[in-house]
Write a protein that binds this ligand. Structure first.
Ligand code: T4K
Length: 411
């Protein structure tokens, strides 16, 4: 345990962890079951194009969510692009800036203007009050993002989209196996989009899906993800290649066998973090509503620098030196990334909560690779760093200043 400032690895001592602890480490599947499925795929010599494993995965996901259609895709970004096109979005679409850049790029890629909306600081999800203020005659839709797997205010967003005749999509990339008012996420809006990237709670190496209860929309999306082919030599619509391959589907089916175990592991970690972080002034752990289904995939902290006297980036630096690879999230906000920063240089004026949150938020490692003793140690380092926040802040600034001076002398 680190009990003196000089014990911290940032000042040159041995890190608390000999191996790096990651945010986003994939959970292990039953390797034997995966190999059996992959062997079968090789024996059949059927690798892609709506194979039996993709069909099984789609069936299993649709059943789990309680939705009529699940259309598996090669990744979440293409799934977003196809869903956006299939529901007919154009002109302007309202989207939070506090999201992964893919949500926004999927619009701009199709020459649709993203209109950034602020978030509710309590939920970190799109702020329904601001949505109504930024609707214009060119607005055709809203994309909500269920950040951290905590659902958007679905009822209000559905009412708003109905009132203004807008399409409603949800980026549910974080929200596999999560619910809203007891109903599984994946059933709401015109369609919902999932990412099954390696870093997600549920992964197919790369992959994603669109889920919907709309039969016509599902049909359209199926065509679009397969170049618009409705049969041999018969192309009936615009399309692209959004197909998931069989090995990825086999990975998904295999991981689905262990979902409950992963949730239990994540919940145990979340509870442990909750206990250990309790009463650290200036650090707030984002809480999950345990009456809902949650995947507890994200351990999210908000740092109040005025209280801790040390800022989020300094805390991350301290943790990284100890081999705890804590991460900022969605930094610096999509509106500050290109091409949006150049298109809308003043967007930040309407996004005060987003601008505040991207400075303060950080995520910590969880998942099956992290155990109780790791969490105790990580939280001890955080508690220690905050207790000595002001001293550490001074010392880290001094070290940085000296380094910069040495650098400029060397030039
Ligand atoms: N919408 C939202 C809200 C999203 O979060 C995402 C994806 C999308 C849409 C788009 O879906 P996809 O098209 O990606 O399916 C990652 C992912 O690339 C991205 O999928 C994800 N969101 C985003 C939030 O994060 P990075 O840059 O953080 O990934 P990377 O490579 O730094 O990985 C993070 C950590 O995970 C590493 O430090 C180590 C660990 N890791 C990662 C990989 C890939 C592993 O241990 N093993 C691995 O195989 O972007």
């Amino acid at each position: 345990m680190k009990n003196r400032i000089d014990d911290l690895a940032i000042f040159g001592t041995k890190p608390a962890f000999s191996e790096k602890l990651y945010v986003g480490r994939p959970n292990p599947c039953n390797f034997q079951h995966l190999i059996e499925r992959i062997t079968d795929i090789f024996n059949r010599c059927w690798f892609t194009n709506n194979g039996i494993y993709v069909q099984e995965l789609e069936r299993k996901i649709a059943e789990m969510i309680g939705v009529k259609h699940c259309i598996a895709m090669c990744n979440g970004t293409v799934a977003l692009e196809i869903a956006i096109r299939a529901v007919g979005l154009s002109g302007e679409v309202i989207v939070p800036s506090f999201t992964f850049i893919a949500t926004v790029h999927a619009l701009q890629w199709q020459k649709i203007t993203p209109v950034f909306c602020d978030i509710d600081p309590d939920t970190h999800n799109i702020d329904p009050v601001q949505i109504e203020q930024i609707i214009t005659p060119r607005t055709t839709g809203i994309i909500g993002v269920h950040t951290w797997g905590r659902a958007c205010d679905v009822d209000v967003l559905e009412a708003l989209s109905e009132k203004h005749n807008l399409k409603l999509l949800f980026d549910a990339s974080h929200a596999f196996h999560c619910s809203y008012k007891g109903k599984m996420i994946g059933q709401f809006g015109n369609a919902e989009i999932f990412s099954f990237h390696a870093t997600k709670f549920f992964n197919t190496f790369e992959g994603g899906a669109v889920t919907t209860n709309d039969d016509d929309l599902a049909k359209k999306i199926r065509l679009m993800k397969n170049f618009g082919f409705s049969g041999y030599d018969n192309v009936v619509s615009i399309g692209t290649n959004g197909k998931l391959n069989e090995v990825s589907a086999a990975m998904g089916i295999t991981l689905m066998e262990n979902l409950n175990e992963f949730i239990k592991g994540n919940l145990g970690n979340y509870n442990q973090y909750h206990r250990e972080l309790d009463n650290i002034p200036g650090i707030r752990l984002i809480e999950y509503d345990e009456s809902e289904k949650c995947n507890y995939q994200y351990i999210v902290l908000e740092i109040d620098e005025k209280v801790t006297q040390i800022n989020r980036d300094q805390l991350i630096e301290i943790l990284h030196a100890e081999n705890v690879l804590a991460r900022r999230y969605f930094y610096p906000g999509c509106h500050k990334m290109e091409p949006y920063r150049s298109f809308f240089p003043n967007a930040g004026l309407l996004l005060p909560e987003t601008e505040q949150l991207v400075k303060n938020v950080m995520t910590l490692p969880t998942g099956m690779a992290i155990g109780k003793s790791d969490i105790i140690q990580i939280c001890h380092i955080l508690r220690f760093a905050v207790k000595h926040g002001s001293d550490l802040n001074d010392r880290m600034r001094l070290v940085k200043k000296n380094k910069n001076q040495q650098g400029s002398h060397a030039e």
